[in-house]
Write a protein that binds this ligand. Structure first.
Ligand SMILES: [Fe+2]
Ligand SMILES: [Fe+2]
Length: 478
């Protein structure tokens, strides 16, 4: 069999256009098998660390063999090991009568899989730097390209020829170079993913509540997007390519990264005043009792009122009234002059009607999305990942334009960001690790999401899909 220039070009073109490593390996193995009529084949990937070959890919036209990864040493005890070590193509006409080689054939594989291996050709994959990257093994060359039953193997399987060896030699070079590119691409991707995870760890170290949140929002958002991709109803047009999936995964992982730019004390603030502020008020009240002994009862009541108002729950109006009186109590200190028991900024913080944050602190927390955007836009993303900053920072935008940081309207918000807004709110409501609030049961969280669609906050169709298809249940399963 001879290949013409077109065959070579077709083979090369079909491989260089694949970036996904697994797809690349499967395709190159299949193409070579088809060209040489090999019934089965496998690829071992070489690891320089422990000088081993790992069985990573396998194909068999006759039987279904359950895949199990295993490693063999790069030595002369196996056909693949020998081929890789010697950098030589090895042709064995019949594995049951091997002669002139240091290895034999392990019949256990055939016994286990009920297959019958006869002819084998092992091809070392060596890159342009003359480094071994794997071994490709073709098994059982068929006389024709028809499917052959195992019972006919004796008559229908022949040995790989010198011509087959020559073809494999030239094509293995193309495979090795393309494989090297894929491995390099994968290394860069792994390195990048590692960097993202390390960055997230830096945020999580400052804000324990973000720890589980990032991971849960990422999983739930991807699950949600995949369900939309599979939908044959009103989201029939929604298509999630592999590149989009990866881009969305990174955007989810990085969505709250900007919290790195928010003060830790604000991120973790569980009450209206910081603990040190409460200690200072207590100290002032004790001092006031010394200077104003006639007001002891009022001062005791004042401390009680401060502690009640300090809780992040909704403050009763009667407590707010009492608080006003506390703010008016002052005494004369011999060094500092007039001292208020509860000063203006403490009074302002304690007067917040709901939650633990003042207006400025809330704004500071909200600035995390701007920080996310500013940070992520500094990264020179590849073409497929360029939307990451935009999507990551849009998770607090709202349909009616009331969101932040840009106040975008529905039509300007990316659908993936809308998905993340829903999962982000759902998780925040049901999270058990928030210092400032109790976790809500799923039913209550879902009804809040629905009410958000009525007030123009969230996309109604997406929330309905989230509820009706029980996307949220992924979190309960975990
Ligand atoms: Fe956020
Ligand atoms: Fe978030």
């Amino acid at each position: 069999m001879n290949l013409n220039i077109k065959d070579y070009l077709d083979f090369t073109y079909s491989l260089v256009s694949i970036r996904d490593l697994d797809e690349f390996m499967e395709t190159s193995l299949k193409k070579l098998r088809n060209l040489l009529n090999a019934d089965a084949g496998s690829i071992f990937i070489y690891s320089e660390d422990d000088k081993s070959l790992t069985f990573k890919y396998t194909q068999n036209e006759t039987i279904d063999i359950p895949f199990k990864e295993f490693s063999i040493p790069l030595d002369e005890t196996s056909i693949a090991g020998y081929s890789g070590l010697r950098r030589k193509i090895v042709r064995i006409d019949d594995v049951r009568s091997i002669s002139g080689f240091p290895f034999g054939f392990n019949v256990n594989f055939d016994k286990m899989s009920e297959y019958l291996t006869k002819s084998v050709m092992a091809i070392p994959l060596v890159n342009a730097k003359d480094e071994l990257i794997g071994v490709l093994q073709l098994i059982n060359k068929k006389i024709s390209d028809k499917i052959v039953a195992i019972t006919d193997f004796q008559s229908q399987i022949e040995a790989f020829s010198k011509d087959d060896e020559a073809i494999s030699y030239s094509l293995s070079g193309i495979i090795a170079v393309a494989l090297d590119n894929s491995l390099l691409h994968k290394d860069i991707e792994d390195m990048w993913e590692g960097f993202i995870k390390a960055s997230i760890q830096a945020v999580e170290a400052r804000d324990p509540a973000t720890k589980g949140h990032t991971d849960r929002v990422t999983k739930l958002s991807l699950f949600f997007a995949e369900a939309l991709h599979d939908d044959t109803g009103q989201f029939n047009d929604f298509y999630l390519s592999k590149d989009m999936y990866r881009m969305f995964k990174y955007a989810c992982l990085l969505h709250d990264f900007g919290k790195i730019g928010v003060r830790e004390s604000v991120l973790n603030k569980s009450n209206k005043l910081f603990p040190y502020q409460i200690e200072v008020i207590k100290w002032r009240i004790e001092a006031a009792k010394y200077h104003l002994p006639e007001m002891k009862n009022e001062l005791d009541a004042c401390l009680k009122c401060v502690l009640m108002a300090n809780e992040p729950t909704i403050t009763e109006s009667s407590v707010l009234g009492e608080l006003k009186k506390c703010n008016e109590i002052k005494y004369e200190h011999p060094i500092f002059g007039e001292v208020k028991v509860v000063d203006e900024s403490e009074y302002e913080s304690l007067s917040v009607n709901k939650g633990s944050l003042t207006y400025e602190e809330r704004k500071e927390i909200q600035s995390h999305v701007q920080h996310t955007y500013d940070y992520l836009t500094k990264i020179p993303w590849t073409r497929e990942l360029k939307d990451i900053p935009r999507i990551a920072c849009m998770h607090h935008e709202r349909e009616d334009g009331s969101g932040y940081p840009f106040g975008l309207k529905s039509s300007d918000i990316h659908i993936l960001a809308k998905i993340m807004s829903i999962t982000d709110i759902y998780d925040a409501l049901t999270a058990k690790d928030r210092p400032y609030k109790k976790a809500l049961p799923p039913e209550k969280a879902l009804s809040i999401l629905k009410s958000e669609t009525e007030t123009g906050g969230l996309d109604k169709k997406l929330v309905d899909f989230f509820v009706q298809n029980e996307i949220y249940s992924l979190q309960q399963e975990e």
